[in-house]
Design a protein around this ligand. Structure first.
Ligand SMILES: NC(=O)C1=CN([C@@H]2O[C@H](COP(=O)(O)OP(=O)(O)OC[C@H]3O[C@@H](n4cnc5c(N)ncnc54)[C@H](O)[C@@H]3O)[C@@H](O)[C@H]2O)[C@@H](O)CC1
Ligand SMILES: Nc1ncnc2c1ncn2[C@@H]1O[C@H](COP(=O)(O)OP(=O)(O)O)[C@@H](O)[C@H]1O
Ligand SMILES: [K+]
Length: 513
């Protein structure tokens, strides 16, 4: 699914009305009807008071359509207009009159704090104050209205976007955003829903199709793409009946130092669990017995040094490499990395301390093989690309860096984001239980495992991020969040693959019935 900017959505709106011979008003009616259907399906006529707060733009217009329909279906609905200016949109005005025609009363106009209505905790609030047309932070009594709405215990449903938030830029005032329990977004989610500073205002959302011109949506380069199950299913490559272990590549995991050999264990296991045919771990001498015991399936090569990696000597050509987990940043290790970068032809995942080595020795950047996959968490990213003022600037800097150095960057976090050239892919799986030591090591092993099987670097990145989050989700079914560890993510990689097609099997069964 694609994510569009506010400007693109307004353009889609315009093109849809021109090409499909419908009016803006028809589109608003469709949008309002979708919201009404959503509510009606859940409320089934319940007489819970519904308070709809409308602004004076098209978001307010949507609120008026919903209010009229709720009234027509016998609901207990009250409509308020936050009349912060007289410059009302045309469609707003038509629907304002339609409400009067149906209810025989004008909606309640609010022009100051004195007009705020009483709201009981069990009432429902619909927030139609501002949509994607917000162009400055809400101020004065309108900000107070938002704070008043937030102070109630009522269930709050935002139309299109929580009022006070922008679709594609940073928040001006976090005190002036509706704290929606749920958001119903038209046609596509907004980029701000997925970034830590703004996403916290959108704990749950659903997308409602309103039939915008498919050609425009299909051909327009989006701000970002969402990777959910339908996309992930398309990435999967079926294993062949006559395959042998050589068919699925030989992954090399270069990881560990004294006290951090576990990083190599997790990564090597994750590569195998993701389907790599063979896995070799390259570790300092002190890791030999640990590896051979903890991952008997893996072959182990060791450095000549006991407690760190100083020279990577191999007796085979790996089909993919994951390097950096727990290796430290000592000068000898940096030299070993430099040699690896300049001599290897294998696709590579560069993680953790290898990234820190690069940050401290920027000349290494020029030596990175094309389309290497860098997997920084936010701290490592900052050291690579410099500080940012907000999440949106972080993404811009990340894209610029990826383009300049011809690499893929995986920005890890609650919504892991993959950047390549000017494009962004946003992962949708994962949970806060995965904020636990070693879970990143598992991800690098998984990416390398997919690379080894011949997945191209971009697909390996987005697919591994998806499967990693999905494995974490599967693990929570029996463990919850707190008890989840990186090893549990590894143990549930199989379940993540199975889950990928669980629905499909159900559908096939139904088809055959
Ligand atoms: N293609 C689409 O996406 C469609 C969008 N529709 C709705 O239209 C919305 C966008 O409508 P609009 O562009 O009219 O914008 P909004 O309804 O978001 O409101 C913008 C209005 O509020 C004013 N305003 C902005 N910031 C303000 C502030 N801080 N204080 C006071 N006034 C402020 C603006 O000057 C403008 O008059 C969408 O979010 C959606 O709800 C639907 O009606 C139909 C189709
Ligand atoms: N709140 C969260 N929701 C979803 N995924 C998360 C969350 N926190 C962390 N993760 C995932 O866990 C991994 C953590 O990686 P990292 O910080 O490198 O851990 P470590 O260095 O301990 O291996 C990343 O893949 C990240 O996306
Ligand atoms: K809104």
């Amino acid at each position: 699914m694609k994510i569009f900017s506010a400007a693109q959505l307004h353009e889609a709106d315009k093109i849809t009305t021109q090409k499909h011979n419908i009016t803006q008003l028809d589109l608003m009616e469709r949008a309002g009807t979708q919201i009404f259907n959503w509510l009606h399906g859940r409320m089934q006529g319940a007489q819970v008071p519904v308070h709809i707060f409308c602004g004076i733009g098209n978001n307010g217009g949507d609120g008026l359509v919903v209010g009229r329909m709720l009234h027509e279906h016998g609901y207990n609905v009250k409509i308020y207009i936050a009349n912060f200016t007289d410059k009302r949109s045309k469609c707003f005005l038509v629907n304002y009159d339609r409400v009067k025609d149906v209810t025989k009363n004008w909606p309640t106009l609010m022009t100051s704090e004195e007009d705020f209505p009483e709201i009981s905790p069990e009432d429902i609030i619909i927030d139609a104050l501002f949509g994607i047309g917000l162009n400055r932070p809400p101020e004065g009594w309108v900000k107070k209205l938002i704070q008043y709405i937030n102070s109630t215990k009522s269930f709050k449903l935002s139309i299109d976007i929580p009022s006070g938030m922008y679709a594609d830029k940073a928040l001006d005032d976090p005190e002036a955003v509706v704290r929606a329990n749920h958001t119903l977004a038209f046609q596509a989610p907004k980029l701000s829903f997925f970034l830590p500073e703004t996403g916290k205002f959108v704990p749950y959302f659903e997308v409602l199709e309103i039939g915008l011109d498919p050609e425009y949506l299909h051909t327009t380069e989006p701000l970002a793409q969402i990777i959910a199950k339908p996309e992930a299913q398309q990435f999967y490559k079926q294993r062949e009946k006559y395959a042998h272990k050589g068919t699925y590549g030989h992954t090399l995991v270069i990881a560990g130092s004294y006290g951090k050999i576990g990083a190599a264990v997790l990564s090597a296991k994750a590569s195998y669990k993701t389907g790599s045919g063979l896995v070799t771990a390259f570790v300092p001498e002190c890791g030999y017995t640990v590896l051979q015991t903890a991952v008997p399936e893996a072959m182990t090569l060791t450095d000549k040094e006991d407690d760190l990696i100083t020279e990577i000597k191999l007796d085979f050509e790996p089909s993919a490499i994951a390097v950096g987990m727990g290796i430290g940043t000592k000068a000898e290790t940096v030299r070993a990395l430099e040699k690896l970068f300049t001599t290897t032809k294998s696709p590579m995942v560069i993680d953790a301390d290898a990234l820190n080595c690069i940050s401290e020795n920027k000349s290494l950047l020029e030596k990175l093989p094309e389309l290497s996959i860098l997997t920084p968490h936010p701290g490592e990213l900052k050291r690579l690309v410099g500080d940012w003022k907000d999440d949106f600037e972080k993404l811009e800097k990340t894209k610029a860096f990826a383009k300049q150095h011809n690499v893929i960057i995986i920005v890890k976090g609650a919504n892991t984001i993959v950047a390549i050239e000017n494009r962004l892919y946003i992962n949708t799986t994962g949970n806060p239980g995965m904020a636990t030591g070693g879970s990143g090591d598992v991800l690098s092993g998984m990416i390398a495992g997919l690379l080894s099987q011949g997945y191209d670097p971009l697909i390996a990145s987005v697919f591994a991020a998806y499967l990693h989050g999905s494995a974490g989700n599967q693990a929570t079914h029996t463990l919850g969040f707190e008890a989840l560890t990186a090893s549990d993510i590894v143990e549930h990689i199989g379940a993540a693959f199975l889950e990928l097609f669980a629905m499909k099997q159900e559908e096939d069964k139904n088809k055959n019935a």
